[in-house]
Design a protein around this ligand. Structure first.
Ligand SMILES: C[S@@+](CC[C@H](N)C(=O)[O-])C[C@H]1O[C@@H](n2cnc3c(N)ncnc32)[C@H](O)[C@@H]1O
Length: 313
């Protein structure tokens, strides 16, 4: 790094330190002087390199899916209940967060490939921000799930991503966990083909990672032998009736003691379907298992992620 670069780094550190009072500064001083920050730094660098690998996979996916990452055979309809019920084709824009992070979206906006606003009347300055909807989890969200939320040791466990779409959860689980089996189940055939291609292209071990093309409700056998479930909200993909059926199906087939990770609280999801009370005893909310790794993340960004265990007693 050049001398100017070092000055700039020191300047950024001073900016942070200047906002802390003495009692906050003390543990930070200790952390630096005792050199224990070095191990944290190594871990941070390892996380960055795994993020780069996921980014590379994202770039490979971009080459084989349409720009909005919605397949020609898909019918994606804005939900009529829940926190996304105000979405419609005029105010909503599909941008896949795994393929395009915030910086990449800014580049797309500058190039004019993505618009941020829509007009409420015509030819006026009465504009409104578009709602950006992603049907995949971002790379950082996935890192947080596997490095903070879930237990570190998933050996002998089967992880199931229900609705695996482009396979993003599967690739992150493959590189960030020691789960013995990583399975994706997805009802859209074209999405399954994308996942197969990526698994092949990156020479992943097909004894450890696989994709099943099916409606999850036709495969209770796969669900019953899974230990960790990841569910990214289904709102845009199923109607209210099917959504309810899915949760009754999960209630019957999820194993006692299994883990469930979701990107919206179950109280909200099941509440909007008018069925929370029936499920209250079935779910136990958990604290993150790898709290020591929170240091690598801006935890406020992940407040929508929830971990539960299944209680069938
Ligand atoms: C929001 S996307 C989740 C993508 C991925 N899990 C992630 O987080 O990046 C939901 C996916 O679930 C799939 N899906 C919805 N209902 C399903 C069902 N009954 N069986 C299998 N897949 C389903 C949809 O086709 C869609 O690709």
């Amino acid at each position: 790094m050049s001398e100017d670069g070092i000055i700039s780094a020191k300047c950024k550190m001073l900016e942070i330190f200047s906002k802390l009072d003495d009692s906050d500064l003390e543990p930070i001083e200790k952390w630096i002087c005792s050199q224990s920050y070095k191990k944290d730094l190594e871990n941070k660098k390892a996380l960055r390199s795994s993020e780069n690998l996921l980014k590379k996979i994202g770039d490979s996916i971009k080459k084989i899916v349409p720009f909005e990452a919605v397949m020609p055979t898909e019918t994606i309809i804005p939900p009529v209940v829940g926190d996304q019920a105000d979405c419609n084709k005029y105010n909503t824009c599909h941008v896949d967060e795994f393929l395009y992070d915030e910086d990449q979206v800014e580049v797309l906006v500058k190039k004019g490939k993505v618009k941020k606003y829509y007009c409420l009347d015509c030819n006026s300055r009465n504009i409104e921000k578009l709602t950006f909807i992603s049907h995949s989890m971002s790379r950082q969200t996935l890192q947080y799930i596997f490095r903070v939320l879930l237990p570190k040791d998933l050996e002998d466990k089967q992880l199931l991503d229900i609705g695996s779409r482009l396979g993003t959860v599967l690739y992150a689980a493959y590189y960030l966990t020691n789960a013995s089996k990583i399975v994706g189940i997805e009802m859209n055939k074209e999405c399954c083909e994308v996942q197969e291609k990526i698994i092949n292209q990156y020479s992943m071990d097909i004894d450890r990672i696989k994709v099943i093309h099916s409606d999850v409700m036709d495969r209770p056998d796969v669900v019953e032998c899974s230990d960790v479930f990841i569910i990214n909200v289904f709102d845009f993909f199923v109607d209210v009736e099917k959504h309810k059926e899915l949760w009754y199906f999960f209630k019957t087939h999820f194993k006692n003691g299994s883990y469930l990770v979701v990107n919206r609280s179950m109280a909200e999801t099941l509440g909007s379907l008018d069925m929370f009370e029936e499920f209250m005893d079935w779910l136990i909310i958990c604290k993150p298992y790898q709290l020591e790794n929170e240091i690598y993340f801006d935890v406020e960004d992940f407040s929508e992620l929830y971990l539960y265990t299944i209680n069938k007693k």
